[in-house]
Unconditional design. Structure first.
Length: 381
């Protein structure tokens, strides 16, 4: 009888702790956090906002869940309800899952690893650092554990989708917007292994319909604008360094476009030399059009570096790269005047020499010369 009574009291104590944790979370800690943020939002209002959000989305609008706070919709209610119902136990469960996923990652046990990352993120969805940390793990530390380039890209794709969910939940996070740009820029477009860089970039253009450099540029611009709008600081970069990122991405994209256009013009010279004038003319037209598009991006790059120099007069790189972008624009304009159908028909050899000389120009290879490296190794975030 006493054993039964002891068990009953134990169960009652556990229920009391559970209920106390829920009350502490919803009535004390959350209300205090909202007061510190200058607003209040209890659970009924949260549910009402979720309903309003979903109705607005159904009407084709793109509202925020609570201005300045997490983005959410009705599909998030199960995870939000679970997090609230756990109360004070949520922290203990999150710690346990963190230890488990770190151990699984280091032991290269990938089964259910992605699901575990999502469980942790759902428990701590309001913390951008959680989304950023685990997206780094997926895109860098887990992906490099695979010998096959296709599997490496698969985990990078998981990282992009995971981070996109984090941005949806925290749409005003400067860190997450910058982290997304960093994946496209550093992990894909600027990858130090030629095989990975080529395969990753090709897959991104296939899956996302755009160059990884251009996508990175767009995310960096969003991060910069969000920081200017909210005044929020990045956890790692100073404001000047963060604002540089869109400049570098635009610069590299302009160089990439120029190099691709020159490759097409080189093919036109080869076709003309092989006695295929019609195909050569078609390729020349495409190459000149691509070169004109590249010129447009050089002009945008000049504007980016000009904005950076105006905002940060002490930024040496803004002056240096801005001058390089202006010179590159002049070089591209000169090529457009030289590489004409008349030169291609009259002297395809000189046409090819002109193209090859431009491809070796220091403005195209500076800061953009890669060397193949060995297999990647684990690095902490």
């Amino acid at each position: 009888m006493r054993r039964v009574d002891a068990r009953v009291w134990l169960v009652m104590a556990a229920v009391a702790v559970f209920v106390g944790g829920v009350v502490l979370r919803t009535r004390v800690l959350e209300s205090r956090r909202q007061e510190l943020l200058g607003r209040r939002s209890d659970l009924p209002r949260t549910l009402a906002h979720a309903a309003e959000y979903s109705a607005a989305r159904a009407a084709g609008e793109r509202p925020r869940f609570v201005p300045g706070e997490q983005g959410a919709n009705l599909t998030d209610l199960p995870t939000r309800t679970l997090a609230l119902s756990l109360g004070g136990l949520r922290g203990f469960l999150a710690i346990y899952l963190w230890v488990e996923v770190e151990s699984a990652k280091n032991q290269r046990v990938h089964e259910d690893l992605l699901d575990r990352y999502h469980r942790i993120a759902n428990l701590q969805s309001e913390y951008p650092s959680v989304w950023e940390f685990h997206s780094w793990n997926l895109g860098w530390n887990v992906s490099v554990q695979w010998a096959n380039v296709e599997r490496r890209y698969e985990w990078i794709r998981y990282a992009i989708e995971f981070l996109a969910e984090g941005i949806r939940r925290n749409p005003r996070s400067v860190d997450l917007l910058e982290a997304m740009g960093r994946i496209y820029y550093q992990r894909i477009a600027q990858n130090t292994r030629a095989e990975d860089r080529g395969y990753f970039s090709a897959q991104i253009e296939k899956d996302d319909g755009d160059s990884p450099l251009r996508i990175a540029y767009k995310w960096y611009v969003l991060a910069r604008k969000m920081q200017d709008e909210t005044g929020g600081a990045h956890s790692t970069y100073s404001k000047k360094i963060l604002h540089q990122q869109s400049c570098y991405a635009a610069h590299e994209y302009a160089k990439d476009l120029t190099y691709r256009a020159l490759n097409g013009l080189g093919e036109a010279a080869e076709l003309q030399a092989d006695g295929k004038p019609d195909e050569a003319l078609r390729r020349l037209t495409e190459g000149r059009k691509a070169l004109l598009f590249a010129r447009g991006w050089w002009v945008r790059t000049i504007e980016e570096w000009g904005r950076q120099r105006a905002q940060y007069p002490d930024d040496f790189n803004a002056g240096l790269f801005g001058a390089g972008a202006r010179q590159a624009t002049r070089e591209v304009e000169l090529l457009l005047r030289r590489l004409t159908p008349g030169l291609l028909r009259a002297d395809p050899k000189s046409f090819r020499v002109c193209v090859d000389s431009a491809k070796g120009h220091r403005l195209l290879i500076a800061q953009n010369r890669y060397e193949d490296q060995g297999p990647e190794v684990y690095h902490g975030p």
